[in-house]
Design a protein around this ligand. Structure first.
Ligand code: ARG
Length: 286
């Protein structure tokens, strides 16, 4: 599927360069929120006084999975375990590129047992999960874009893990430091849309990291606070379709203007745990 962005209004047709967007078939891994709850608070979105409806969470999660399947993507499932309510955020399970898999080393005790389960799943699929010496929260903080890996730090993934990630995958890693606790994982403040296009929320980063992003991605989509605060950037793109939290209406418009096809989905119940579309989706890169 291909689509071309409209030239900006008033642009001379001879100078307008259409941006070609192309969907690539993806392989995702998801974990159903069968045991989802907010029993503890390890990020500012989590409020143990705010009840969670697991049935609603399951229904919203199924909608997301169905969207991926309708788009022709593969979705593998990991079995959730009781007592691990955050397992639904499969993106944190690790990072898989070209047959190499790193499994997460979680920061907080409440999530540590998830590592063994994600490692078991990786082994069952023929991977040999590699462990890092320092905290890495998988694709929550490690986002491949083209041949590079963008790596977040500041709240969860230890910056010392970034070097090891570069060694393991043999790819350059760009370290980016987060400063706002509401945007505690890189995937809450930055979305990879295709091999060279990203969107991000500048105030979530240190000045140095913002400068770095401006240099690397001068064409990036910069997202407003209203969209960032409903987790708009916690989105998943196949290169053309961008599945995003439905409330991020401004971001949806920016995506359309840039030639993408936004698809809004309501994951409000899962937002209570501090996650949305991307958090629920681990991509297997090949
Ligand atoms: N409650 C989870 C935590 O704080 C949410 C994780 C969200 N995942 C993500 N990829 N941002 O660890």
């Amino acid at each position: 599927m291909t689509r071309f962005a409209e030239p900006a209004a008033g642009a001379a047709p001879t100078t307008a360069v259409p941006t070609e967007r192309r969907a690539k078939t993806r392989h995702y891994v998801m974990t159903p929120p069968r045991h989802f709850a907010v029993d503890y608070a390890i990020n500012p979105w989590m409020d143990t006084a705010n009840p969670v409806d697991t049935t609603v969470a399951m229904a919203q999660w199924h909608q997301l999975r169905d969207i991926y399947l309708q788009m022709g993507h593969t979705v593998d499932l990991v079995e959730p375990a009781p007592g691990l309510p955050d397992m639904v955020y499969a993106a944190n399970g690790g990072l898989i590129i070209d047959g190499t898999a790193v499994v997460a080393r979680f920061k907080y005790a409440q999530r540590k047992q998830e590592s063994a389960l994600y490692a078991d799943w990786l082994r069952s699929r023929g991977y040999q999960p590699v462990h890092t010496r320092h905290v890495n929260e998988g694709q929550g903080d490690l986002l491949p874009v083209g041949g590079t890996i963008l790596a977040g730090s500041g709240f969860r993934t230890d910056p010392r893990a970034h070097g090891q990630i570069a060694e393991i995958f043999g790819r350059p890693v760009v370290s980016l430091e987060l400063v706002d606790p509401r945007f505690y994982h890189l995937d809450t403040a930055l979305a990879v849309l295709d091999d060279e296009t990203i969107a991000y929320y500048p105030p979530a980063f240190t000045y140095a990291s913002r400068a770095h992003l401006e240099t690397l991605f001068p064409q990036a989509i910069l997202v407003d606070s209203a969209d960032a605060y409903v987790f708009g950037l916690n989105s998943v793109s196949d290169g053309l379709h961008v599945v995003h939290p439905a409330a991020a209406v401004g971001f949806a418009e920016q995506l359309s203007d840039a030639g993408f096809e936004p698809i809004g989905v309501d994951l409000s119940e899962l937002l209570k745990g501090g996650g949305s579309v991307k958090c629920c989706t681990l991509e297997v890169y090949s």
